[in-house]
Ligand binder design. Structure first.
Ligand code: FRU
Length: 494
């Protein structure tokens, strides 16, 4: 039975989306069907399709009582909206169906696990969220909430764990058929930890272990954890709130964290070996991965950040985009990300300019547009004098531009969307330390109307930024202070 609340949301989104023209959305990134979108949820491959759900408030372009929006795709790039999957319609989730994940049950049904939220007045009169965990079972279109919800509440927490910050289940099935789940949690003092739970059937869950403790290292509460094997290691992804920058890492306040290590499955012990940010741009948060049928580990994130929401005006009919789905791998002990290979099939109108030696500003024939895949290979153009600076500017006209600039002497790559049309004085720049020698650098830049994602050195680092620049700004130009030699391979994405 579909509740009144869900029926209303479904009816509303179907009507309201008609007011949004196709061109007013990104072309191949998923955006909110209408109203507000944040985290990706339930990212999964089910019944021959990729399913991507998302934190959703259809009625306004700002955060509100959370629903789950829903879309499906065959190639991770062309998305089709399905009716909203969950609404806050039960006594235990009346204030929101927060983030969660999905798995396929042995009988072929899809299980969604999400955080059910109610607001409760505390003894000191504060009103706080109480966060519990709930299930819904469905067929890829309609989902029935489980009659024994919530399946986990404060009674199931280990000592010292806060019931106010207990959320974002990420479930998976183990080789022996059992299920595991990680949750973000904070201790009473706000310090983050990741809790591991286990289940035989996906319905009854038991606490197993504190998998990782922050101990004050990376921000405070860790939201949206994910944990999976990759290339002989195990990877823990999380989105810590309130981060302090460390060198050129973790500049985003609400940031992204990747821990790589060894995992002893017997004792459920994770030995951390390396930490890094997931994304070095401005807008990336709450990542979630899934396993593709061919074994690729694919990650998608919310292409926004709690600190950067004012970039888009709440007057707009939709707010929130997902990042490009990215294939993950580990090389040289680091997390590498590349755009899903499905994107190659969208490439057309190949334009090549090889060994372009220049100083000052140049434009190149055939190089412009807002849905673009462009590979740049940079070298010093003068063997005796390293250039000072290189820049590529895009979404450009005489009023607007977003730029990516590189200073080889400092090895600093900077994305700057200050002139992208934003009227808000929020963070618009991010500098990142990249690997480069003698002025050599490889960049793959993906533009999709309202975003840029820069894959540096074959995916060793990624810088992501949203930009809501007027679509009349189609220009791309290059700038060099000193002599740069570059190869440009550019495709339109269609
Ligand atoms: C992360 C987050 C999650 C929570 C959701 C609520 O962006 O804060 O921790 O489940 O958003 O919308």
């Amino acid at each position: 039975m579909t509740s009144q609340t869900l029926r209303e949301a479904r009816k509303y989104e179907e009507t309201a989306e008609k007011n949004i023209a196709k061109e007013e959305r990104p072309d191949f990134h998923l955006s909110s069907r209408v109203g507000w979108m944040n985290d990706p949820n339930g990212f999964s491959y089910y019944n021959g399709m990729y399913h991507l759900f998302y934190q959703y408030y259809p009625y306004e372009s700002k955060w509100g009582p959370m629903h789950w929006g829903h879309a499906v795709s065959k190639d991770l790039l062309h998305w089709e909206y399905l009716p909203a999957a969950l609404a806050p319609d039960e006594t235990y989730d009346r204030d929101g169906c927060f983030s969660g994940s999905a798995l396929t049950l042995p009988d072929g049904r899809q299980l969604l696990m999400y955080t059910s939220v109610i607001k409760e007045r505390q003894e000191n009169d504060d009103i706080r969220d109480i966060q519990t965990q709930s299930l819904a079972v469905g067929d890829g279109l309609d989902y029935q909430k489980y009659e024994k919800n919530p399946v986990l509440d404060e009674k199931d927490l280990p000592e010292g764990a806060s019931k106010f910050d207990f959320r974002d289940p990420k479930v998976w099935q183990n080789a022996d058929g059992t299920y595991s789940c990680v949750f973000g949690n904070a201790m009473a003092d706000g310090d983050g930890q990741v809790l591991l739970y286990g289940s035989k059937d996906g319905f009854q869950w038991e606490f197993e272990k504190v998998l990782v403790s922050n101990n004050g290292r990376f921000g405070k509460m860790w939201e949206c954890p994910d944990f999976f094997p990759l290339d002989g290691k195990w990877v823990l992804l999380a989105s810590p709130t309130d981060m302090l920058p460390q060198g050129f890492e973790y500049h985003n306040g609400n940031g992204s964290l990747c821990l790589i290590g060894a995992y002893e499955e017997q004792t459920k012990t994770f030995h951390e070996e390396h930490d890094q940010a997931i994304d070095y741009g401005i807008d990336f948060y709450a990542s979630q991965t899934t396993l593709a049928p061919d074994g690729r580990r694919i990650m998608v994130g919310w292409m926004q950040n709690w600190d950067t929401c004012p970039l888009r005006s709440p007057e707009e009919p939709w707010i929130g985009q997902m990042s490009l789905p990215r294939e993950l791998s580990i090389r040289n002990g680091r997390l590498y990300q590349t755009p899903v290979r499905e994107l190659d099939a969208m490439r057309c109108n190949k334009t090549v300019h090889e060994k372009v030696s220049f100083t000052g500003t140049v434009s190149l024939a055939g190089v412009q547009g807002r849905c673009v895949d462009m590979e740049l290979t940079l070298r010093a153009g003068d063997a005796n004098a390293l250039y000072q600076k290189f820049a590529v500017r895009f979404a450009q006209n005489d009023k607007y531009q977003t730029s990516l600039s590189f200073r080889p002497r400092e090895s600093i790559l900077k994305v700057d969307r200050k002139f992208s049309g934003s009227r808000r004085a929020i963070i618009h720049q991010r500098r990142s330390l990249v690997n480069s020698k003698d002025g050599n650098l490889n960049l793959r830049i993906i533009l999709d109307r309202f975003s840029v994602e820069v894959f540096v050195n074959d995916g060793e680092q990624v810088l992501t930024a949203a930009m809501y620049t007027d679509l009349s700004a189609q220009g791309i130009s290059f700038f060099a202070d000193g002599m740069v030699e570059m190869d440009v391979i550019k495709y339109d994405l269609m």
